[in-house]
Design a binder for this molecule. Structure first.
Ligand code: SF4
Length: 587
């Protein structure tokens, strides 16, 4: 048994119906699964009854952090797990900000939210105390930013503090509603916001003042300095700081792999204008960082909007942008001006919606309208067309407050809407989760299909396309093996819990040394084994809740729009999926 000599193994249970809370020691889970994703998936299996409706009180929300959080640079993430109202199986999303360090310093390794409140509330966790606050006046507020400001003003206190909250999309249970953390970080994907909404939980504020213990201070300091230096000096991390992930816009466009206008094309004629380079030179206002991160990859642009009644007065807003946002609310919708993308980002921020899902849903609707498969009857009088920001802003509002059945369907995602209205072949989703911005080759799309969260973050298939498939013929089985290995490794990063941008620094050998400074002793073989076990546990949950490889559908559009490797074809993709089904057994 490893000796956890601090508070990591304490799990805080909060019952929002009965307004009760209690703490349970779960050394059993933390000893075996480290923390973060490993512990969260076991808690989800325990707390979520088989077949539970994701929007019923039975669906729990789990937050978990890991042993390195608060102790080492870039160990800044919180893992959220729940049953997803968007896909019907595993919901997992990660966010940084100050959330992870605040949970750790409040004295917990995990938090489990159970049941549903009968009135709007927010929960304030201040160290050992938990308060259930009336949030009636915050419910229905136009902007989630205002709600967060009110929570911040009401909860006066010291210590490390984080604020999470939902907007109207979560309140109205849009299945891809997100939870915003502080101002610019999100539990974006798979609908955690809707689960908050179903519990009438407007937000959570958490603060803590505890300190962490290390056993060998000299080794700790040496290792800390080594990571810090790599984080500030390495070229990879410098890239995240300087231009950030938006550097991918031009890279992917040059490769002819940037999804554009609902992936009717993979190049965008305005890529230069919306590129990370152009935005950094002409719009970047500042960079900010998650707690305990020297990289500061969060880029904020200045959005300057003229007040309509005067030529001399402007409203200036900081808007967070990254590659996925520029793709989903930019090239995917044919938007050519950065200012217009920023306005769309502002809109999804206000409502707290996942930007990727929102962009893909709007792109599908635009093509449906273009092909005359829907009319103004469905769109409620709007004419969606590429590059028409005003119409897209109006449509987002209607998705959140649906005036008719069409918008209600859009509020459940592109797969659901396409089931009813058609256009399945160009509904770009993988197990119902809308597509990330990579049309690099078969590995990217196989990665979305077989990743436990159906995200580019599961296994980075896009990188495999570029490093391997561009130049070599590779068997489908080899790709699947590599994707699964990468995903198993990432389970360790998600359990300690470190930002994926630091994956080049945190290798298994280093992780083993870092854990040893906290008296947690795993060698690299142990870590490999645990990574595989966590991956298997996630699939156990997915399969229990109805996921099946046989039900996976590949959008037809992938086979129509050329990609750089020229290796996507139906036989290849099917062979790969058949092998994945054998390898990742549904138990
Ligand atoms: S690299 Fe970016 S996302 Fe990762 S911890 Fe640092 S600021 Fe947060």
């Amino acid at each position: 048994m490893n000796a956890f000599n601090d508070t990591l193994s304490r799990v805080l249970y909060i019952d929002v119906k009965n307004k009760k809370f209690w703490v349970t020691e779960r050394k059993d889970l933390f000893d075996k699964y480290i923390g973060g994703a490993g512990v969260a998936i076991k808690l989800l299996q325990e707390e979520c009854p088989s077949g539970a409706d994701p929007l019923s009180p039975e669906n729990p929300i789990i937050f978990a952090v890991g042993p390195l959080v608060g102790a080492f640079p870039l160990a800044s993430k919180t893992v959220a797990m729940f049953k997803s109202p968007h896909t019907g199986d595993l919901g997992e999303s990660h966010a940084g900000g100050r959330s992870a360090v605040a949970i750790r310093l409040a004295g917990y390794g995990a938090i489990v939210i159970k049941n549903a409140s009968d009135m709007p509330i927010y929960v304030a966790i201040h160290g050992n105390k938990v308060f259930f606050r009336d949030a009636t006046t915050l419910w229905g507020m136009g902007s989630s930013l205002t709600a967060a400001r009110v929570m911040r003003e009401r909860e006066i206190g010291t210590g490390y503090r984080s604020i999470m909250r939902i907007g109207k999309a979560g309140e109205n249970m849009v299945s891809y509603a997100s939870v915003t953390v502080e101002t610019y970080r999100h539990f974006g994907r798979l609908g955690l916001g809707a689960v908050f909404g179903s519990k009438k939980l407007k937000g959570i504020i958490i603060s803590g003042k505890q300190t962490l213990q290390v056993t060998n201070k000299k080794t700790y300091k040496d290792l800390y300095d080594r990571i810090y230096k790599e984080a500030v000096n390495s070229q990879v991390m410098k890239k995240y700081h300087d231009i950030g992930t938006p550097i991918n816009i031009l890279n992917l466009n040059n490769l002819e792999a940037l999804p554009t206008r609902n992936l009717k094309q993979a190049t965008f004629e305005y890529a230069e204008k919306i590129s990370g380079e152009n935005i950094a030179q002409n719009y970047l206002g500042k960079r900010v960082a998650c707690a305990h991160c020297p990289t500061a990859c969060i880029h904020l642009a200045n959005l300057r909007e003229q007040y309509s009644d005067s030529p001399y007065f402007y409203k200036t807003t900081f808007v967070g942008y990254d590659f996925e946002l520029l793709y989903a609310l930019g090239s995917m919708l044919g938007i050519e001006k950065p200012e217009d993308i920023f306005m769309l980002i502002e809109e999804v921020e206000k409502f707290c919606m996942d930007a990727m899902s929102s962009g893909v849903v709007l792109a599908w609707a635009t093509e449906m309208f273009e092909k005359k498969l829907i009319t103004e009857n469905e769109t409620d009088g709007l004419n969606p067309e590429w590059n028409n920001t005003k119409t897209y802003i109006a449509m987002l509002s209607k998705i959140v407050n649906p005036p008719n059945a069409f918008y209600k369907a859009m509020a459940k995602g592109v797969s659901h809407a396409a089931e009813i209205y058609g256009g399945k072949e160009f509904a770009l989703a993988f197990n119902k989760n809308e597509m990330p911005g990579y049309h690099t080759g078969p590995a990217a799309h196989l990665g979305f299909l077989i990743g436990a969260r159906h995200s580019h973050l599961c296994n980075a298939g896009y990188s495999l396309d570029q490093s391997l498939l561009l130049t070599q013929d590779v068997a489908p089985e080899t790709i699947i093996d590599k994707l699964i290995d990468e995903e198993a490794f990432r389970q360790i990063l998600s359990s300690i819990v470190v930002c994926f941008f630091a994956r080049g620094i945190y290798n298994l050998d280093l992780i083993s040394q870092l854990l040893a400074t906290m008296n947690i002793n795993y060698n690299t073989d142990d870590l490999k084994r645990i990574g595989k076990e966590i991956h298997a546990e996630k699939y156990r949950f997915k399969c229990r809740e109805g996921f099946s490889f046989d039900k996976l559908e590949i959008p037809g559009r992938l086979f129509e729009t050329p990609e750089p490797t020229q290796k996507i074809n139906k036989e290849f993709m099917r062979a790969a999926l058949n092998y994945a089904k054998e390898k990742i057994k549904c138990q």
